[in-house]
Design a protein around this ligand. Structure first.
Ligand code: ADP
Length: 459
């Protein structure tokens, strides 16, 4: 399904998640505010009411007469709170509140005695007033103080409305911010999706313009370099197939041509026939060399590259390869100079090591037109060092790190002439590394190259 379902969109999921978190936080904050209000604020009002009632009671204790009572009542007019003063039998003497049934209902029982002021009614949600009562002297009378609960309920409503408005505001803001944030977050992901879709179609080189260094940017960079790798392997594979078919076609053409001549008997002399058979033999060797390389490659790829180690003389292997390749060098008027110092027996895979020297010396001959190829072997501390130097065309510095890659050939045109699949050095490096050794290269264009192998004396 190409089109993303809206509920599958990561921005929607993130939006919902963050909104959920915001709403929960808002709910918690609201509950805390509500709790603070109802407990602390209402407590404060009750205390204030009680203190004022007590103060009035103290004043009235001094002079419990009508003028003082009226004075106290006057003090409580024009304010939110109300006052009611009764005698010891709960008979109303004066007050700033209309004595309704509700008010009467809350008066103390006639025989009730108080030692100090108390809160009579604190249920502001269900009653009209918060009420306190303070005894005057030794219960000579009582001062009732009233605070209308309606005010508290109004404050709660205002507070609720305020919280809802603020909540909606915060939610809208949060949604906006989440929208922007999640789009910023998902945009690179969508770009990566597009890029991988393109890669699926074979357009491996993709530019994913992601900045920063967070995990998403790292993922983008990884996808981009993965694409570059795929592109490189795709090109290498194509080059490799072209190289292999070229490598096969040339010897096969020779073999078919010369064998045709031999079959038809149109050769002139025994000498000529021997020459043709030699060519056929040479070309067969070339094919088998190529097939061996391919075989080694497939074993390397499958991780089945096993060594058959034995005690052997490394100089003997080098000498054998030199002898085999001497004719090829002489054909190009190149000299092979060998300086092989005494090296004690080593434990290694003779056939594979032979392949290493064969590849390196053959390359040296292949890529050299004049001068010489020199091979040195010597011991340095615990290391056996073998150096193969030529005076050939060299390798550009930019190509040096890549020559060890599978199928890598420096300049396609030059290798097409010389042949080669770009497998040789890859296999060489693998063989050396499987012997715990190391191989390095130094080269200068048009001056020559030097490949150095380092093997442990007891490898
Ligand atoms: P090939 O089969 O193409 O020779 P290799 O893996 O042996 O493959 O070598 C990889 C590339 O490195 C070659 O294509 C060649 O361009 C370069 N190269 C290897 N050895 C030499 C050398 N002695 N002098 C110059 N270039 C070399």
């Amino acid at each position: 399904m190409k089109k993303l379902l809206i509920t599958n969109s990561i921005s929607v999921k993130l939006g919902l998640l963050f909104s959920g978190i915001f709403i929960t936080l808002l709910f918690i904050l609201g509950s805390i505010l509500y709790g603070v209000f109802t407990h602390l604020f209402v407590d404060y009002i009750k205390q204030d009411l009680l203190v004022r009632g007590n103060n009035h009671a103290i004043v009235l204790k001094e002079q419990f007469n009508q003028p003082t009572i009226e004075h106290v009542v006057r003090m409580e007019t024009g304010v939110t709170t109300k006052v009611l003063i009764t005698d010891s039998g709960q008979r109303v003497l004066s007050g700033s509140i209309h004595v309704s049934r509700d008010v009467e209902k809350h008066l103390l029982a006639k025989d009730k005695k108080l030692t100090e002021g108390i809160v009579l009614e604190s249920d502001w949600k269900h009653h009209n007033y918060l009420i306190t009562v303070s005894p005057i002297g030794k219960n000579e009378g009582y001062v009732y103080m009233y605070y209308p609960s309606g005010i508290l309920r109004e404050i709660v409503i205002v507070l609720n409305v305020l919280m809802i408005v603020v909540g909606i505001g915060i939610l809208l803001l949060a949604f906006g911010m989440i929208g922007i944030l999640s789009r910023r977050l998902t945009k690179p992901l969508l770009m990566m999706k597009e890029a991988t879709n393109e890669m699926e179609l074979g357009n491996y080189r993709q530019n994913i313009p992601i900045t920063g260094s967070d995990e998403i940017a790292q993922l983008g960079n990884s996808i981009q370099s993965l694409g570059e790798q795929l592109d490189y392997y795709e090109n290498s594979r194509n080059d490799f197939l072209a190289a292999v078919s070229h490598e096969l076609r040339t010897p096969l053409t020779y073999i078919r041509g010369y064998s045709d001549i031999l079959i038809k008997g149109i050769d002139k002399s025994t000498e000529e026939r021997r020459e043709y058979l030699k060519i056929i033999n040479e070309e067969t060797k070339r094919i088998s060399h190529l097939v061996n390389d391919l075989f080694d490659l497939s074993k390397l790829q499958a991780g089945k590259f096993e060594l058959e180690k034995e005690w052997t003389d490394i100089n003997w292997i080098i000498q054998k390869v030199i002898t085999n390749l001497k004719p090829a060098a002489e054909k190009k008027n190149l000299q092979i100079k060998a300086s092989l110092k005494d090296i004690p027996g080593v434990y290694l895979d003779t056939r594979k090591m032979e392949q290493v020297f064969y590849n390196l010396i053959e390359n040296a001959i292949k890529y050299t037109t004049q001068g010489e190829i020199s091979i040195r072997s010597y011991l340095e501390q615990e290391l056996i060092i073998i150096k193969i130097t030529d005076t050939g065309i060299g390798i550009p510095q930019s190509d040096l790190p890549k020559i060890w890659d599978r199928f890598y050939r420096v300049d396609q045109s030059r290798t097409r002439k010389t042949g080669g699949t770009g497998l040789g050095l890859y296999i060489v490096k693998k063989i050396i590394e499987s012997h715990d050794g190391e191989i390095t290269v130094e080269s200068m264009e048009n001056k020559g190259s030097a490949f150095t192998i380092y093997l442990k004396n007891n490898c």
